[in-house]
Design a binder for this molecule. Structure first.
Ligand code: C5P
Length: 230
């Protein structure tokens, strides 16, 4: 696989299953450090969403990877909020549904789609640093990241957090259905042949079930200070 990493830029890779708090933690850490942020899951979600809008089935590898390669997507920062703009349409909320999450995990199991998104992800590594959130940041995309974290939590706690997050966005969701979908997506992400969800051998495993967000953020920042001395 072609590698084009910028070794001079410090990278914190945060991987783990859905609902573990990666998005919230990554955003808070990036903002505390003034570093760039890559929410790689949103690229898989936007790909799945764009393919669906065009009537392409998630199993049509060639067509979906072409969509991934040609994605016209922008991440617009407005304070702590990030707007995701696909071909001039704000899709920030539409890509967050569980339905799109499921389609994303289907297209993400396709090696051609993953390959089509790899350079786009690596291009986020710019000075002064990058916090990258996903499933394979530490194992594949930024395999030489200076700090790798595998953030997890019990499935009950993850379903509860995701439920609250979607409810807060005004979405109509059911906790049992969410919990079922989450287990199914965990299974698909962990069992796929290419870039399966797993902790890198040199990752620090962080179980956040019993921890509050600020505690997790402080821990990540303290590790960052240890790994990338100021
Ligand atoms: O993190 P999020 O729930 O937004 O990701 C949606 C889906 O995209 C995941 O279930 C996973 O299948 C896929 N994904 C991936 N690799 C990443 C990030 C997300 O395969 N680095």
């Amino acid at each position: 696989m072609a590698r084009s990493m910028n070794h001079s830029v410090p990278v914190i890779a945060i991987d783990g299953p859905g609902g573990a708090g990666k998005g919230t933690i990554s955003q808070a850490v990036a903002s505390r450090l003034g570093w760039h942020l890559l929410d790689s899951g949103s690229l898989y979600r936007v790909t799945a969403y764009a393919a669906h809008e065009r009537g392409i089935s998630p199993g049509d590898s060639e067509a979906v990877s072409e969509v991934a390669r040609a994605l016209d997507v922008r991440f617009e920062h407005n304070g702590p909020d990030i707007r995701i703009v696909l071909e001039e349409n704000d899709v920030s909320n539409s890509i967050r549904t569980e339905e799109v999450g499921k389609m994303a995990s289907l297209v993400a199991a396709d090696p051609a789609v993953r390959q089509a998104l790899i350079d786009r992800q690596r291009a986020f590594a710019r000075a002064p640093g990058l916090v990258a959130d996903g499933r394979d940041m530490g194992t594949v995309v930024f395999s030489d990241a200076g700090l790798k974290i595998f953030l997890t939590a019990s499935v009950e706690e993850r379903a509860r957090r995701r439920y609250k997050q979607l409810k807060d966005k005004g979405m109509d969701v059911s906790l049992p259905a969410l919990s079922r979908d989450m287990k199914e997506r965990d299974r698909r992400d962990s069992e796929r042949l290419v870039a399966p969800l797993r902790a890198a051998d040199d990752a620090r495993v962080l179980d956040s079930t019993e921890l509050a967000i600020p505690e997790v953020v402080d821990l990540v920042i303290s590790w960052r200070n240890e790994v990338f001395p100021l």
